[in-house]
Design a protein. Structure first.
Length: 153
């Protein structure tokens, strides 16, 4: 497996700070459980209000943490003063997400200057064992922060 080198030596604190600003992650009570160059994992404990009619984690919730894990895996490799934006992703729900917690694990497959491709797996913890419930592929874009214009009067 290819190891990636971050362009920002302070990537850990930058990613954590950015994650803390994600209102949807706060709403869901999701948490970062792993960060490394080109990798991210996000966990989300079971709550009844995150489920569909059968009591499984809703597909939209599963996709949401997969999308964020993929974006942050890519973001670990981005330069300072940049941000991340999802361009597209494909998720296959391969088993019901019925359990006590879901965890999305994402890793960069191909890192480019503008576009980065990430693959992810989502696991559900049930009776002490992890079961894969979704797999996917995502493309994210590195978005440079805009310089603030100085107004001269």
């Amino acid at each position: 497996m290819k190891l990636h080198s971050p362009l920002d030596p302070d990537f850990l604190s930058r990613v954590r700070e950015n994650f803390a600003k994600q209102q949807v992650m706060n709403l869901l009570e999701a948490r970062l459980i792993h960060l490394a160059p080109g990798e991210c994992a996000i966990a989300l404990p079971y709550r009844e209000n995150l489920t569909q009619q059968h009591g499984y984690f809703h597909a939209g919730i599963t996709a949401t943490i997969a999308d964020s894990a993929g974006g942050y895996a890519a973001f670990t490799l981005f330069p300072p003063r940049s941000n991340v934006l999802s361009v597209e992703f494909k998720i296959n729900l391969i088993a019901p997400a019925n359990g006590e917690m879901i965890t999305a694990h994402a890793r960069v497959v191909k890192h480019g200057r503008t576009l980065t491709v990430v693959e992810f797996d989502v696991f559900v913890l049930r009776d002490g064992e992890e079961h894969r419930c979704a797999i996917g592929l995502q493309t994210v874009m590195c978005v440079p922060e805009k310089e603030k214009a100085v107004v001269v009067q």
